[in-house]
Design a protein around this ligand. Structure first.
Ligand SMILES: O=C(O)CCC(=O)C(=O)O
Length: 254
C-alpha cells in the first residue's frame, strides 16, 4: 500500500483500499501538545478496570467534545484540506459526527476490529455508498510498537462487521499505519480497523474526526457544542464552515 499519497491528488472513492495517508502538514505535531495534553487530563480518568485483564484492555483514554475545549481544535476540525477531501467524498453539505482525541497507553492490549459509526449501529448488510469517513491526526509517530492503527484494506466493501471469532487479535490481512506525527490519515468509515497493542514505553495520541452526510444522526451532539462555543465567545463567532460542520444547517425533526 502506498502510504505517501499527497492529499491534493486524492480521490478517496477511487482508492480501493479505503485508506489514504495524507501528507497534510500540521507541523511537527508538537505544537498541539499544549492543547491536547491538558484536554487529556480533564477528559476523565483513565479507566482502571476490575482486574489485570481489564486494566490491560482498557489502557486507553478517549476525550470527546474537543471543539469546545480549545478554539484551535475547532480550527483543525475545519481545516480547508480536510474539509475539501470530505466534501469531495461526502458532498458539499458534509457535517462532523464526532471530534475527539484518543490516547493508548503503554500496556494497551488492542481495540477489537470494527467499522465506525453509523455502521456499527446498522444491522448488516450495510448500505453501499459513501456515508462517513474517519480522519486520524497523528500527534505522535505511529509505529508497530506503540499501537499504530491497524486497517484491513478493502474491507469497506464487505458491508458487514468482522466475524466475532476474528474480532480480537492480530490478522494476516491487516496493515499497520506507520507514519510520522503531523500526518493525517483518511479512512473509509466502513473499513475494519483497530488501535493495536501499545508495547512501547510511551503513550500514543491521535485526534479523530468523523465526517458524515447530513441525513445521518451525528454520533456526538455537535449542535450543543456549537451553542457552547458561540456563547463562550460571542465576539468571535465560529466560521461559516465550522457552523456547517457543527450541524447548524442540518435539518432537525419537526
Ligand atoms: O486510535 C486509533 O488508532 C483508532 C481508534 C478507533 O478505532 C476508533 O475510535 O474507532
Amino acid at each position: 500500500m502506498n502510504w505517501t499519497t499527497p492529499v491534493p491528488s486524492l480521490a478517496l472513492p477511487a482508492n480501493k483500499t479505503g485508506v489514504i495517508l495524507g501528507l497534510l502538514s500540521i507541523g511537527t505535531g508538537h505544537e498541539y501538545d499544549d492543547m491536547w495534553r491538558p484536554s487529556m487530563r480533564v477528559g476523565g480518568a483513565l479507566a482502571r478496570g476490575r482486574n489485570r485483564h481489564e486494566r490491560h484492555a482498557r489502557r486507553h483514554q478517549r476525550v470527546f467534545q474537543i471543539a469546545v475545549k480549545n478554539r484551535l481544535f475547532l480550527d483543525l476540525m475545519s481545516h480547508p484540506l480536510v474539509v475539501a477531501v470530505w466534501k469531495q467524498y461526502l458532498g458539499t453539505d458534509v457535517i462532523c459526527s464526532t471530534w475527539s482525541g484518543n490516547t493508548v497507553y503503554p500496556g494497551h492490549a488492542a481495540y477489537d476490529w470494527h467499522a465506525d459509526y453509523p455502521y456499527w449501529a446498522i444491522t448488516p448488510p450495510w448500505p453501499a455508498g459513501n456515508f462517513t469517513g474517519q480522519t486520524i491526526w497523528l500527534l505522535d509517530d505511529f509505529t508497530d510498537e506503540n499501537g499504530g492503527t491497524g486497517v484491513v484494506p478493502r474491507s469497506q466493501g464487505k458491508l458487514h462487521p468482522p466475524d466475532p471469532a476474528t474480532r480480537r487479535g492480530p490478522r494476516d490481512d491487516a496493515e499497520i499505519v506507520k507514519a510520522r506525527r503531523g500526518s493525517v490519515v483518511f479512512l473509509h468509515g466502513a473499513i475494519w480497523h483497530s488501535a493495536r497493542p501499545n508495547r512501547s514505553a510511551s503513550p500514543r495520541s491521535a485526534l479523530l474526526g468523523m465526517y458524515i452526510r447530513p441525513f445521518c444522526v451525528p454520533m456526538e451532539n455537535m449542535r450543543a457544542q456549537l451553542e457552547a462555543i458561540t456563547q463562550a465567545d460571542a465576539g468571535n463567532p465560529p466560521s461559516e464552515i465550522a457552523r456547517q460542520l457543527l450541524g447548524a444547517n442540518q435539518r432537525q425533526p419537526s
